[in-house]
Write a protein that binds this ligand. Structure first.
Ligand code: AHM
Ligand code: MG
Length: 378
């Protein structure tokens, strides 16, 4: 490191994983997967850092036709950078053996790992008892202005017997309480990987020289109450009464958690939630007049973040209940309402995979208070 700076003696992410997976046989095998994910995060970190100097950024153009690439699920022109990062995450999860299928913000419907890795029969579940969900690069608009972005991911056990059947969409439409692991990587002043395997939260900072994640934040705990609030307040008039009252009450009193209240909003979920996790307070993306469920996606944004929060001693709420208890909408059973066409079923699956949910994350006291406002004014 630079002169005058002494290196700390920190545990590597690899060592941490080996010990954790040895300790709990129920997650054996996940160490390989999570190591690949960490490698993908390192590569995404490089891509993000090179976005201005390499010719990476900008709408993807089809090299053959010169046309703009297809419009993705969220209706934006998909960026070349998003495509790259998505590919890295797909391969990280699917190339490591433990995972049989994946769902991404960038893909309309889930894909089997056979399909991702190009095996012969793309519908047969490749061996692996887990399914993974992720947002490869959340808040990617921030890259234009050199602001932070992040990767979010979650891992579920697949209820389908491995090898036995076709891709089970139902494997993805589970409650967050079934998450086996979840975490995020923040690409910011430092690059931090935060992970929970269901027993506490641990943070690892990327050593920029060695390109190794080192355990800088063992057993992360969010303060029980904090003074940060992180909302896009420009939407105030479009929020419902409970959130409006919560915000105005807080600002009028000027304090939260006994300290002077303070606002922070970078516009990247991972950065804003990480700030709240470290310092205490509340992050919110409420329902708005136009988006009755807000903007954030349950599966690969809100639920993994809620698991991290809960595991750190905080809370994740929709304002009217625990985020981890929300069951994504299930596709109707074949034969009952009947889908003669594949595309009708695909549309239903897409709805479940990309469903949105009002999201509040943070210190228990702050999230409790927010819920109380929903109870009284909801
Ligand atoms: P994206 O998935 O299209 O990148 O959008 C998600 C991001 C979150 O990271 C962030 O919290 C939110 O959008 C910000 O939205 P807004 O600009 O409406 O406040
Ligand atoms: Mg996103």
């Amino acid at each position: 490191g630079p002169a005058g700076m002494k290196k700390k003696d920190l545990r590597t992410f690899q060592r941490f994983l080996e010990v954790e997976c040895w300790k709990s046989p129920s997650i054996r095998g996940l160490d390989r997967t999570l190591l690949s994910v960490a490698d993908a995060c390192k590569q995404i970190n490089r891509i993000v850092q090179r976005a201005q100097t390499d010719d990476l950024y900008g709408a993807a153009v089809d090299p053959l036709t010169g046309e703009l690439a297809e419009v993705n699920v969220q209706g934006e022109v998909q960026q070349q950078l998003d495509v790259l990062c998505n590919t890295l995450m797909l391969r990280a999860f699917c190339g490591s053996g433990g995972v049989c299928a994946v769902a991404s913000e960038e893909e309309p419907i889930p894909r089997s790992c056979g399909d991702v890795m190009g095996y012969e029969n793309e519908n047969v579940i490749s061996d692996g008892e887990y399914v993974a969900v992720f947002d490869p690069i959340d808040g990617s608009k921030n890259i234009d202005s050199s602001l932070p972005v992040g990767t979010v991911f979650g891992i579920y056990r697949s209820p389908a017997k491995s090898g036995s059947s076709k891709l089970h969409i139902e494997s993805f439409l589970q409650r967050g309480t079934n998450l086996v692991a979840s975490g995020y990587c923040l690409y910011s002043a430092t690059t931090v990987l935060v992970l929970t395997l269901g027993s506490g939260v641990h943070g690892f900072t990327l050593d920029p020289d060695k390109q190794t994640f080192l355990q800088t934040h063992p057993n992360m705990r969010i303060p029980d109450v904090g003074n940060l609030y992180s909302f896009n307040e420009a939407y105030y008039r479009d929020y419902g009464e409970p959130v409006q009252r919560f915000l105005s009450n807080m600002k009028e009193s000027g304090t939260m958690g006994g300290k002077k209240v303070s606002a922070r909003y970078v516009g990247a979920l991972v950065a804003d939630v990480h700030n709240v996790l470290i310092n205490g307070g509340i992050y919110g993306y409420p329902a708005t007049r136009d988006d009755p469920n807000g903007k954030l996606r349950l599966l690969y944004e809100s639920a993994p973040m809620a698991m991290v929060m809960e595991q750190a001693g905080g809370a994740g709420s929709t304002g009217r209940g625990r985020i981890l208890d929300v069951l994504p909408p299930q596709p109707s059973q074949d034969g009952v309402t009947g889908h003669d066409d594949e595309s009708g079923r695909d549309r239903e699956i897409e709805k479940g995979i990309h469903v949105r949910v009002p999201t509040f994350l943070g210190s228990v006291e702050n999230v409790f208070e927010l819920d109380q406002f929903h109870k009284y004014y909801g």
